[in-house]
Ligand binder design. Structure first.
Ligand code: SAH
Length: 257
């Protein structure tokens, strides 16, 4: 048997290609095979070596994504073939990225691997929308929550606890469930007037950001045709964005011709 290669499970960051880490970029440059997802910036693929094999394993419009088990089999197969493999995933591989499953599959097969973190979209999108996830006097905690139970995952989402014990909620994969999320949070006593930011394609040049309240977030999402990838941020910290915008406006008035 050949000496096995190595798999680097890498976070590509939230969208803006400049938000990848130096370490991840170095691995990408050395890669012989790159298996990448839908949310990975195409621009990053240009940094892979000229002879690197690029394998798309994301979901094509109207078609299913490659099954997770198959992705894991490919990673193992390429590594067994002695290749330097990069598994490039949107955001951070260990935040709703199924990176843990891939690491487990590689470990079980005795394949050397490493995990290189990325900026998860909650951090990226919040920063580029001017919404600090924690803020003095407004939020001492935040949680990353999935708004959607997929892949047969039945881990319950404790909206009852999240509504009360976490100050800022950064909700991933929530667009299609926004009405149900609103209901859950209101039912568990979250104030209807809690500010909300809807951030679509955060950190990219196509970013759109909208603010509203928990009570009307489903209506706004429908009115603006909010689409994926988008993040829902619920919490008082959303007001900071409004304050920042006020300063921007003043600066414009001051510096404007
Ligand atoms: N591992 C990724 C998350 C994958 S789940 C990470 O760490 O970011 C996919 C969800 O991430 C999307 O449904 C959306 O809620 C969120 N997301 C990914 N990219 C985003 C972006 N540029 N702006 C806003 N949300 C994003």
């Amino acid at each position: 048997m050949k000496h096995p290669g190595m798999v680097s499970i890498i976070g590509a960051g939230p969208g803006d290609p400049e938000l990848i880490t130096v370490k991840a970029m170095n691995r990408l440059r050395e890669a012989e095979v790159v298996l990448y997802d839908r949310l990975v910036s195409e621009e990053l693929l240009a940094y892979a070596g000229p002879f690197a094999e690029l394998v798309y394993v994301g979901k094509a419009p109207g078609r299913h994504a490659m099954p997770q088990e198959e992705i894991e089999r490919w990673l193992i197969r390429y590594a067994m073939d002695g290749k330097r493999v990069v598994r490039l995933k949107g955001g951070d591989p260990f935040v709703f990225g199924r990176g843990g499953e891939e690491a487990l599959a590689l470990a079980a097969s005795g394949i050397p691997y490493e995990v290189i973190p990325g900026i998860t979209s909650a951090l990226g999108a919040a920063a580029s929308a001017g919404v600090p996830l924690t803020h003095r006097r407004a939020a001492a905690s935040f949680a990353c929550v999935t708004g959607n139970r997929c892949h047969g995952d039945q881990t319950p989402i404790r909206w009852d606890l999240l509504a009360h014990s976490v100050d800022t909620l950064a909700i991933y994969m929530g667009v299609s469930q926004i009405g149900a999320i609103r209901e859950e949070l209101l039912r568990h006593g979250k104030s209807a007037s809690t500010p909300v930011a809807l951030i679509e394609r955060g950190t990219t040049c196509r970013q759109r950001t909208f603010t509203c309240t928990l009570d009307d977030m489903h209506k706004l999402a429908a009115a603006v045709k909010l689409s994926n990838p988008a993040l829902i941020v619920v919490g008082e910290v959303v007001r900071v964005r409004e304050q920042l915008q006020l300063f921007e406006h003043q600066a414009e008035v001051y510096y404007g011709s």
